[in-house]
Design a protein around this ligand. Sequence first.
Ligand SMILES: Cc1cc2nc3c(=O)[nH]c(=O)nc-3n(C[C@H](O)[C@H](O)[C@H](O)COP(=O)(O)OP(=O)(O)OC[C@H]3O[C@@H](n4cnc5c(N)ncnc54)[C@H](O)[C@@H]3O)c2cc1C
Length: 104
Amino acid sequence: MSATRNEADVIVIGGGIMGTTTAFFLRQRNRSVILLERGLTGQQASGVNFGGIRRQGRALPQLAMANRALRTWQRSAELLGEDVEFLAGRPYARVLSREGRRAF
Ligand SMILES: Cc1cc2nc3c(=O)[nH]c(=O)nc-3n(C[C@H](O)[C@H](O)[C@H](O)COP(=O)(O)OP(=O)(O)OC[C@H]3O[C@@H](n4cnc5c(N)ncnc54)[C@H](O)[C@@H]3O)c2cc1C
């Protein structure tokens, strides 16, 4: 019977995009990680979103992070060994509900 390892450098709670990427990049930095997910990874918001990395219409302070996210997703195949169906270059259609007002 194998022993269960129940300690790690970092314990991450929640296996959505935030938790799994945190765990992934911690492992890349040679930290041991335990990821606790109460159900299935990606079963909540991370599994049902539109998959967009919006850069237009963002508050300027958010743009650097959006650009960094795009660069990271573009490296999916290199980082994960598969492209996770990431497709670049599909802009959002912006819906105008009323003059001067935007609905995303
Ligand atoms: C319809 C929709 C469309 C969206 N479109 C976009 C988009 O185009 N672009 C974009 O960037 N964002 C989009 N988002 C937002 C994006 O999906 C979320 O910001 C992101 O997925 C949040 O990730 P998360 O890991 O924080 O949360 P979640 O994906 O919700 O993951 C949290 C996880 O924690 C687990 N958990 C919770 N409590 C516990 C506990 N006590 N113990 C163990 N596990 C626990 C849950 O089971 C879940 O799996 C969209 C969201 C929705 C709902």
